[in-house]
Design a protein around this ligand. Structure first.
Ligand SMILES: Cc1cc2nc3c(=O)[nH]c(=O)nc-3n(C[C@H](O)[C@H](O)[C@H](O)COP(=O)(O)O)c2cc1C
Length: 465
């Protein structure tokens, strides 16, 4: 990372309708456009005008039951981000894809294709998929357990990395004179034989502008942290307090250093969902307006999947029955489960209060305040060892994003905390990450690398994104 002043990174985390579970019912929303690509292309252009690092799309290969009450279907990230790539020039494009419910060869070429068609702007949010109901969509009777999912994920990411490297820089010659299209001496089979996967390779797509799309990851459990320390270049995470974010930040960076990595090569980006008003009272009133639109049918289902609690509407104004929450087994391994349990233990909320806490952003940090107050929170977490930037999660779209870009971003710039304009063209440029060399590279490329042209299982448990 260059010697220039450290500046924070901002991603726009796009969720159909917005992150608040009742966003689609808010009078400022436009639920009829949740499947309109022009809506998302326009949103991405706005984030690009604000010089955001990336737009990010979550994913899960199953449909949650509570779609009855909220826009909880999925935009398949690689497909939608390809269309967004065509409408933008610089903003990064981070797509989520599962290591449990995908095959490495196909996934490698899908992301390589996104990196080529965007001229070096692709990132892969590596998830193992927490939702057990995905298993039935892939012919499995049982959802693989947490440890098994991470074991496959490690092997999966190793294979995908080798496939992306299977074409060295300079392998694509395309010389009509000599008739050599590809220098096959620089195209390598990966011949991977592992516990979970067998892949011969090489990849059928030449090396991408970034060498490898950016590795993003979002696990916070013991396995999740070890995985992040080993592979992640950017880590998404959910924290309710500065202290828990500081602990996570220090931990993953020290784990990375212990593995011989430069900790600055791993960016930590907590999620934040801001309600913004010209006064704090106005911002809180806006948040309450959203919470009043929530429907117990949706929220109680979320609580069942997060904590395993089967509760009814008659219990909404009673304290959360802490004694009924099972902390052992698979569910207890997940970081989101722990995060919600900490809220229950710390705040002793009623069921309704807890549902409203989760309605905003599923356990991510929800804040309400003036633009100055929001900028203060971002600056504090950034300067006090809790974050290198943030996944901005607008409660509703597009308005919740526009007010952030128009009111908070200028304040961050005035404080020298955020870029005025893009310095580079690729996501690696924006994140200040090096372009990796192919692991097969023996000698420097004979043919110089072309720069991106302009105009680059048993017990159900679930962790929502
Ligand atoms: C910002 C953020 C985005 C996430 N996006 C997804 C997603 O798109 N799909 C998914 O299955 N899980 C998603 N997750 C959940 C994580 O992949 C992971 O399952 C969760 O953080 C629990 O990790 P753990 O099992 O290591 O605790 C997301 C988590 C965070 C913090």
């Amino acid at each position: 990372m260059s010697a220039q002043r450290r500046q924070l990174h901002l991603n726009l985390f796009v969720y159909p309708g917005g992150h608040h579970e009742a966003a689609w019912r808010y009078h400022g929303s436009d639920p009829g456009r949740v499947l309109d690509i022009a809506f998302y292309q326009d949103l991405a252009r706005r984030a690009e005008q604000a010089a955001f690092d990336a737009v990010f799309l979550a994913d899960g290969p199953s449909l949650p039951d509570n779609v009855r009450y909220a826009s909880r279907f999925r935009l398949e990230p690689l497909t939608w981000l390809s269309a967004i790539a065509a409408a933008t020039e610089r903003i990064g494009l981070i797509a989520t894809a599962s290591t449990t419910y995908s095959e490495p060869y196909n996934l490698a070429r899908l992301f390589a294709s996104l990196d080529h068609l965007s001229r070096g702007r692709a990132g892969w949010n590596i998830v193992t998929t927490g939702a057990p109901d995905a298993a039935a969509n892939f012919g499995l009777d049982e959802h693989p357990v947490h440890a098994e999912r991470y074991d496959r994920a490690r092997e999966f990411v190793d294979v995908v990395g080798k496939l992306w490297d299977s074409w060295e820089d300079g392998a694509l010659v395309a010389d009509p004179g000599t008739g050599v299209f590809a220098d096959t001496g620089r195209v390598h089979p990966v011949n991977h034989h592992g516990r979970h996967l067998r892949v011969r390779g090489p990849l059928n797509t030449p090396r991408t502008p970034q060498g490898r799309p950016v590795y993003v990851q979002a696990g916070s459990s013991e396995d999740g942290r070890a995985f992040a320390a080993r592979y992640a270049e950017a880590v998404f995470t959910a924290h309710q307090t500065l202290e828990s974010a500081q602990e996570f930040y220090a931990d993953v960076r020290s784990r990375a250093a212990a593995l011989g990595r430069d900790p600055d090569g791993l960016l930590v980006l907590p999620g934040i969902s801001p309600f913004i008003g010209s006064t704090e009272a106005e911002a809180r009133a806006l948040q309450e307006e959203f919470d009043e639109l929530t429907q117990p049918g949706y929220s109680l289902d979320l609580l069942r999947r997060l904590l395993g609690l089967e509760l009814g509407e008659e219990e909404l104004d009673r304290p959360v029955p802490r004694h009924l929450i099972e902390t052992g087994g698979e569910r207890g391994l997940g970081s989101r489960f722990q995060l919600v349990l900490d809220i229950v233990d710390r705040e002793r909320p009623t069921v309704r209060q807890l549902l409203h806490r989760l309605a905003g952003a599923r356990g991510h940090h929800v804040v309400a305040g003036t633009p100055e107050q929001i900028a203060d929170i971002l600056q504090r977490w950034f300067e006090q060892g809790a974050a290198d930037g943030f996944n901005v999660m607008p409660p509703w779209l597009p308005g919740g994003f526009d007010v952030f870009a128009e009111e908070v971003v200028p304040l961050l710039r005035r404080r020298g905390l955020f870029r005025e304009a893009y310095q580079g063209r690729t996501l690696r440029d924006h994140y200040g990450l090096a372009r990796p060399e192919s692991v097969y590279a023996t000698t420097p490329a004979a043919v110089p690398v072309p720069a991106p042209t302009t105009a680059p299982a048993r017990q159900k448990e679930h962790v929502p994104s």
